[in-house]
Design a binder for this molecule. Sequence first.
Ligand SMILES: Cc1ncc(COP(=O)(O)O)c(C=O)c1O
Length: 364
Amino acid sequence: MVDLHGQYLKMKKEVDAAIQQVLDSTAFINGPQVKEFCGNLASYLNAKHVIGCANGTDALQIALMALDLQPGDEVISPDFTFIATVEVISLLKLKPVIVDVDPDTFTINTDQVRKAITKKTRAIIPVHLYGQCANIGELKSIVAGQKIAIIEDTAQALGANFNNGKISGKAGTLCEIGCTSFFPSKNLGAYGDGGAMITNDDGIAERLHSIANHGAKVKYYHDEIGVNSRLDTLQAAILNVKLRYLDQYASARRKAAEYYNNRLSGIGKITTPVIATYTDHVFHQYTIKCGDKRDSLKKYLQEKGIPTMIYYPLPMHAQKAFQAKGDFRVSDMLSGSVISLPMHTELTTPEQDYICNTIKDFFS
Ligand SMILES: Cc1ncc(COP(=O)(O)O)c(C=O)c1O
């Protein structure tokens, strides 16, 4: 699905030098590379603050903690996502309100959000799924004038651009807080775990810093209960190198996606990715819908040596951990019909030809 080794070899010298510098300094915790990387990412995103943390799940948890919500307060999230988005809500004794997604973009269905809002709603966590932005413009107009914060889960869409003519900016910078992950396979992937929170609000930034640091602004003086969640210095050093290539990676992914689109549209029951008008796409995943043929296609591709993944085989409402009631027909349909094909920066045309020809053979 990904070729992290091939990607590493292309920048081996730079990455090795960055790692060696950390080893030589032995500043393994909160070394200068962490501040440097957060500053570089903030400049790239045109955001005021980027606060590193241990992973994307922590980023979401700390973001919710910074909103000072009360047990039982409601947080709306999409049904079709990775568990981290919803898990942190329950972990903090808040109430997850899971809503269905849009059948074309697979991001949160804003009509359902509107219907799900109650007096207890305090936050919404849209997910920029697979690499394109959720409809932030619509969500902002839904919450206008209400005390409802929006936390963008941009773990899969770092570098994507939102623009609806009125609001524009990078994914993760458009609302109160953006949360991202540097899990190795992400578009900006570390060589281990990592995450970050993004905000343009000075007060929120201070809280995020403090909560991620045991609730302390000054060492050994704890204003509140926090957590220990740090971006590792070695990871920050590596990310500093990789950030320089992020736009290049997005272009390579877009080019590969376009090639897939051209080769796969019109074959069998395949629907290629639909990109909403208000966003571009950084193709963290290239995911097609293929109706009731999905499982047999996956098996066929596996037999031909082609890896695929199902993101996600079971929507949140149906997870044993949640068991939510409601109308989730789109995410139910998606979990039975989507398949993600190999998508990464090192994908070659012959590899894509082999994948597309094999899919064509399956449907013929
Ligand atoms: C949408 C989404 N949110 C959150 C996360 C959590 O990130 P991490 O694995 O760094 O905790 C992921 C990572 O897979 C994700 O895809």
